[in-house]
Every structure is written in structure tokens, then in C-alpha cells.
Design a protein around this ligand. Structure first.
Ligand code: CA
Ligand code: CA
Length: 216
């Protein structure tokens, strides 16, 4: 009897560990076309198959190459310090339309990768002629590795800049689930609650107010 209880207890504990090991707190999807800054030749374009009917790209025909001009920027409030990953819903026709430059400040420096060509910020986008999800990686000269960013709570700036013309971006999905398995992470299109701006932490407001009063 006691043995059975012990076994059940162990199984229960193990089950809890499994659950806590795979349950994550934060996710948010943003339409690419709702970027806070869009710099040409990156433009918003229409596609009935895209989420929200729109996406962004530096327009161009397949196989021609070119790029390194234009970008989109997202101002993203992060509610809690943590380690985050990004997924992009993308469409990439071929080897000349399958990359972006990605910096997410303040974890990354305020660097213009279009000028520096720093491979730390080079995203080798998974090819495919249909919209599909691709975890944002860095495509280094020695291999391609999934990226993650350590961020404090507060405002962040995600910049996705054109590297090759015609690479298409529909949705950005932010998560603190660092699994590389798409089925486990479940990147998705935006839902209404994604648009809600998280409430500022109370102590941060109090600090700001204290500083304002002290400055008078
Ligand atoms: Ca390429
Ligand atoms: Ca979209």
C-alpha cells in the first residue's frame, strides 16, 4: 500500500515536472504590416493568403538578387525579463529571396547590419513558395543556429531589414518557449488579445513618479 502511494507520488511529481518544463508564459503575434516604421523599398503588399491579407517585402522578381535597402521596425513592450525567441511567417521563392537582417535591441546593439554585413544578424530564411513559419536564426559562415535574446522588462526595438529583395514577411511571433520544434511552440497568427499593451509594472511607475517629483 505504502509502495503504491510512493509510486503514485513519484509519477505525480514527474508529471508536474513535465508540465512545468513545457509550459511557458508569454507569446504574442504581430502583423508585419503593422510595423511602427516602414522604410522603402520595403512596402506593404496585398495577398489574400497572408494573415490580415497583407505582408511586407522589398518587391522584386525571383532569382534576381539585389537588396540591402529598406526595413521594418517594431516597438515591442516586454512585460517580464526572460529569454525570448522569434518566429517569422515567411515566403521565400528561391536562393536569391531568402534572407533578412535582424536586430532586437537592447539585447543586440544598434547596428546597421545592411552596412556592416555582420553575419550574427543574418537570418537565413527557410525557403518555400507557400506561407510557412521559420524560427529566426543566425546564418553564420560556420553554420546556421537558432537565435534567442535575453531581455529585461521594458520597451524593445525589433528591426527586420532587407538583405535580399523579394523575401516576404507576414507575421512575427514572439515567445519565451525556446523549443526548436514548431509543433511544440505553435507559432500562430495574431488574435485580438495580442493588441493589448501590457500594463506597466507598478514599482516602475512609482519610481518614475518619484524621480519626476524629485526633479522639480
Ligand atoms: Ca540567399
Ligand atoms: Ca500579415
Amino acid at each position: 500500500m505504502r509502495f503504491t502511494t510512493l509510486v503514485l507520488g513519484i509519477l505525480f511529481t514527474f508529471g508536474l515536472l513535465l508540465i512545468s518544463g513545457t509550459s511557458y508564459g508569454y507569446e504574442r503575434a504581430i502583423e508585419a504590416e503593422e510595423a511602427d516604421v516602414i522604410e522603402e523599398p520595403m512596402i506593404i503588399d496585398d495577398d489574400p493568403d497572408a494573415s490580415g491579407g497583407q505582408f511586407v517585402w522589398a518587391e522584386g522578381p525571383p532569382l534576381t538578387g539585389g537588396g540591402d535597402a529598406g526595413s521594418v521596425e517594431f516597438i515591442i513592450p516586454i512585460p517580464e525579463a526572460g529569454t525570448y525567441a522569434l518566429w517569422g511567417k515567411v515566403l521565400a521563392w528561391d536562393g536569391n529571396s531568402d534572407s533578412f537582417w535582424v536586430t532586437w535591441q537592447p539585447a543586440d546593439p544598434d547596428e546597421n547590419a545592411q552596412e556592416t554585413g555582420n553575419t550574427q544578424f543574418r537570418w537565413g530564411v527557410g525557403q518555400g513558395a507557400e506561407w510557412h513559419w521559420d524560427r529566426i536564426n543566425h546564418w553564420l559562415d560556420g553554420g546556421t543556429f537558432e537565435r534567442e535574446w535575453e531581455l529585461e522588462a521594458g520597451e524593445t526595438t525589433l528591426r527586420i531589414a532587407v538583405r535580399e529583395d523579394a523575401t516576404m514577411l507576414d507575421v512575427i511571433f514572439i515567445t519565451d518557449n525556446l523549443s526548436e520544434d514548431e509543433a511544440e511552440v505553435g507559432p500562430r497568427d495574431p488574435i485580438p488579445s495580442d493588441s493589448l499593451v501590457p500594463v506597466e509594472p507598478q514599482d516602475k511607475l512609482a519610481t518614475t513618479w518619484g524621480k519626476l517629483k524629485a526633479a522639480r
